[in-house]
Ligand binder design. Structure first.
Ligand code: UN1
Length: 500
């Protein structure tokens, strides 16, 4: 299957509408995390390639911004149609490079298709505002104007969806893009670049430079031409990007993880809660920013929830995501696996009770690949590191609570604020929770994952810096507000002075 789906051995950068070897000729291997087989070689580009991409973007952006937005949008409609036609191939490739199970890969590709049609529709809106002027015979309006050249840095855990969340609004708004995809998952970037090319996006409007964060990412920040950096990834990298962009007065939009909790009250539909926890905690092997990694459970239903979760976890099949019966795929790489193993030690040392899981799978079909068993700790105290830090694996901590107020306080006590959820049948608790949970996304009677693309995606505190991906909010990252005053009085009117 691999041979059939991947047609090239070495990926190339996509700059100014052409495919180039990186100028330093360096590459590294991309590995399927389920099998450890090499899929393709990805460039490890350098400064020269980033410069070339930024220059190409600058040149292309001038003309692209003059193309009427509804026509810019037509390209996105074609991109959406091509993605739809290739949905199955893209999904299989995504499973091969990322490891997520095929059903979830299809879901992710669908997210990208949805974003294409949503943002294409925006080409006929891109609404501004008209505002009455203080003065006679004067007209005032504010319009969205493209920022110019934007840089996007996308992660391996949602390599195609997050790329669409960032590049589509940037493109429809009249910007040109320099894009650094994660080196773990470059095939999605290669496929999307080919789709842009076939859809007729003018050369230079999107440029893909493969390589490491420390070289390509840093070089992007250093380019004066690039006026915005939109990043999704780890908190530590995000903070570094923010301070570098801060020094350079560069706009930066950050999306950095979570420690997302499900609250289960004593009046909850427990079967639904179990389903919600399983899906949002162990789906994608817990490698979502939105993954559930804490459950605050009311003490009256704690034992029952523990039993039911253990029973259902035992049924989860772990393996290669291309097998449709598999529910939990591999961990992205050895580094990710080591981090999860480290937290097993920490959890035990801190005194949490391990109910199930806590080990790697290395025998038989799991002999090659990075597999970790779905794990459940209980009697976890909110102060423990496993209850506070992002593990990015299939690990859940059950924290017993006595009231909704206590659950909300614990929810809000962590550094992150991306997603949260509550299972309850009490309408008063529902409204209290949606108001008081300090996260950018709140679910009622559903798990912590499953954000839809036409709503803002992002979070509070250590999750971000106040910006949002997706939804209309994404346009705020990639546009500047321009206030335009048209005086048709034929004389010089002085604002604030000639107001009589
Ligand atoms: C992420 O993990 O960074 O809401 C993105 C969700 C998906 C997107 C997750 N729609 O879980």
């Amino acid at each position: 299957m691999t041979q059939k789906l991947i047609q090239v051995e070495k990926l190339q950068n996509f700059i100014n509408g052409k495919w180039y070897e990186p100028s330093n000729r360096l590459h590294t291997a991309v590995t399927n995390p389920a099998t450890m087989e090499t899929l393709v070689q990805v460039p490890l580009s350098g400064l020269e390639d980033v410069k070339a991409a930024a220059e190409a973007a600058k040149k292309a952006q001038k003309n692209w911004a003059l193309v009427p937005a509804p026509q810019r949008a037509e390209v996105l409609f074609r991109v959406g149609m091509l993605m739809k036609e290739r949905k199955e191939t893209l999904s299989q490739l995504l499973t091969m490079e990322n490891g997520k199970v095929i059903e979830e890969a299809r879901g992710e590709v669908q997210e990208g298709i949805d974003m294409a049609f949503y943002m294409a529709g925006e080409g006929r809106r891109l609404f501004g505002q008209t505002t009455p002027s203080e003065l006679k015979d004067k007209f005032a309006m504010s319009v969205r104007s493209p920022v110019g050249v934007v840089g996007i840095i996308t992660p391996w855990n949602f390599p195609i969806a997050i790329a669409t969340w960032k590049s589509f609004p940037a493109i429809v708004a009249g910007n040109a893009v320099v894009w650094k995809p994660a080196t773990e998952t470059p095939i999605m970037a290669y496929e999307l670049a080919k789709i842009f090319e076939e859809a007729g996006l003018p050369e230079g409007v999107i440029n893909v430079v493969f390589g490491s964060g420390s070289t390509v990412g840093e070089a992007m920040i250093d380019q004066e031409i690039i006026r915005v950096i939109s990043f999704t990834g780890s908190n530590s990298v995000g903070r570094n990007i923010a301070s570098k962009c801060g020094e350079r007065l560069k706009k930066v939009s950050l999306e950095m993880g979570g420690k997302n909790a499900v609250i289960v009250m004593d009046d909850a539909d427990l079967s639904l809660a179990v389903e919600g926890i399983l899906w949002s905690a162990y789906g994608t092997s817990g490698q979502r920013c939105t993954a559930c990694s804490r459950v605050m459970v009311h003490k009256d239903v704690k034992e029952e929830l523990e039993e039911r979760l253990q029973k259902e976890i035992a049924k989860l099949t772990i393996g290669n995501g291309l097998d449709a019966s598999v529910k939990v795929g591999p961990i992205i790489n050895q580094g990710g696996l080591e981090k999860i193993k480290q937290y097993m030690k920490i959890g035990k040392e801190e005194g949490a009770t391990l109910l199930t899981g806590g080990f790697t799978l290395e025998e038989g079909e799991h002999a090659s690949g990075h597999y970790f068993a779905p794990t459940l700790f209980t009697d976890v105290a909110p102060s423990m590191r496993i209850a506070k830090e992002e593990i990015f694996g299939p690990v859940v901590s059950l924290i017993p609570v006595e009231s909704l107020e206590e659950a909300i306080e614990i929810n809000n006590s962590v550094e992150y604020g991306l997603s949260s959820s509550i299972f309850t049948r009490d309408v008063n608790k529902v409204f209290t929770a949606q108001r008081d949970l300090d996260t950018g996304i709140v679910y009622i009677n559903a798990g912590t994952t499953g954000a839809e693309i036409h709503l803002p995606f992002g979070g509070t505190k250590g999750t971000g810096n106040g910006h949002r991906d997706s939804g209309l909010a994404a346009l705020d990252v990639f546009t500047e507000w321009k206030s335009v005053y048209v005086d048709f009085s034929g004389k010089l009117q002085r604002a604030q002075i000639d107001v009589e």
